[in-house]
Write a protein that binds this ligand. Structure first.
Ligand code: TTP
Ligand code: MG
Length: 347
């Protein structure tokens, strides 16, 4: 029997929480992001998206595009709180919930003897009634298609993709929409005239494994509607981190450190809210030629403040000694411990 998988994703999550907490912002272009001029946009309301504002865009650019925008700082702790409420609603439907991120999850509802559309509507109305937020839901028989479906008519979307719909849905889809296919690969494919999934069908399987890395074969299957990945239940968190693929590759150390600053702020807020601290800081970079470099430092004391994470992250970056252009940078803290536990040991 086919599985029934739901993919749920909150709409404009951080900014939607800001609007729910302050209804006077309703209908306004709300932009949530780093406080300084060097910060980046975390997300923005759909009203702000009309001006071309997007996640990961520098704040100064968002201000140019949308001078009347309401610019707000990131209140990560508050979003974690709301996220927990959303997940309570999801767990009230089934235990088979896989948390993908703060605002996104897969649910396997195969065993629930109810029309999946009704399940989706139940989730949507509970989230709206209790939290004042909208959520988009995609329904299909595997994860790839369920995720594609939740993104189909965002915001407040609900879309079912059945097997019969595969030719209609998948064939004309631009290759950029294939989760797992990077921008670089898409660019290369454009150069040889491949723009849609239907065009991709012409490429032999071998090509996928050779040119699209370790996920090549999975991509080959996914575009044919095959994806056997299970919904994996949440495991204990082992690290907290954030990374970004830059809009343009750079060598500018000051720019790279501004991302470390951004990430340190995000990580410190998360750690504080969840009463966690960590001992290992890792900086990850990917060069323009797709080489990964990670460098970690483990300290003999726990750290959790933005200042410490930022300073140690910058030192590690200096030690990596970049010569090439960089396309991705990330910072993670691991070897986590609970502050309460630490205190207990102390006593
Ligand atoms: P997304 O689900 O990608 O974005 P969204 O919920 O804001 O908008 P939508 O799903 O309607 O398209 O990300 C969830 C949250 O993660 C988002 O509200 C803010 C945060 N985020 C960042 O901080 N930086 C980013 O670059 C992205 C993409 C998201
Ligand atoms: Mg979202």
């Amino acid at each position: 029997m086919d599985r029934v998988i739901l993919h749920v994703d909150m709409d404009a999550f951080f900014s939607a929480v800001e609007v729910a907490d302050n209804p006077r912002l309703k209908g306004k272009p709300v932009i949530v992001g780093g406080k300084s001029e060097r910060g980046v946009v975390s997300t923005c309301s759909y009203e702000a998206r009309k001006y071309g504002v997007r996640s990961a865009m520098p704040i100064y650019k968002a201000k140019v595009l949308c001078p009347n925008g309401v610019f707000l700082p990131v209140r990560y702790g508050r979003y974690v709180e709301v996220s927990k409420e959303v997940f309570k609603i999801l767990f009230s439907i089934t235990e088979n919930v896989e948390k993908v991120s703060i605002d996104e999850a897969y649910l396997d509802v195969t065993d629930i003897n109810e029309d999946p559309k009704l399940i989706a509507l139940k989730i949507k109305s509970k989230v709206l009634m209790t939290l004042g937020l909208t959520i988009s839901v995609g329904i299909s028989y595997n994860k790839f298609l369920a995720k594609l479906a939740s993104d189909w008519n965002k915001p407040n979307g609900l879309k079912v993709i059945t097997k019969e719909m595969i030719p209609m849905i998948l064939y004309p889809l631009p290759i950029e929409r294939v989760h797992g296919l990077g921008k670089q690969s898409a660019r290369k494919l454009h150069n040889i005239g491949i723009r849609t999934i239907e065009d991709l069908y012409g490429l032999p399987k071998k090509y996928f494994s050779e040119y699209f890395g370790k996920f090549g074969i999975e991509i080959y299957d996914r575009i044919r509607g095959i994806d056997n990945r299970e919904v994996v239940l949440e495991r204990e968190r082992k690290s907290v981190g954030k990374e970004i693929t830059l809009k343009e590759d750079t060598k500018d150390i000051i720019e790279l450190k501004s991302y470390i600053k951004e990430f340190s702020n995000f990580i410190a807020q998360y750690l504080e809210k969840n009463n966690i601290c960590g001992k290992t800081i890792t900086v990850k970079i990917k060069t323009a030629s797709f080489e990964n470099h990670t460098k970690s430092k483990t300290f003999n004391k726990f750290i959790s403040s933005e200042k410490e994470i930022y300073e140690e992250g910058c030192k590690i970056l200096d030690e990596i000694n970049i010569k090439e252009y960089i396309r991705l940078i990330g910072v993670t803290i691991s070897s986590l411990d609970n502050n309460n536990l630490q205190q207990l040991t102390f006593y």
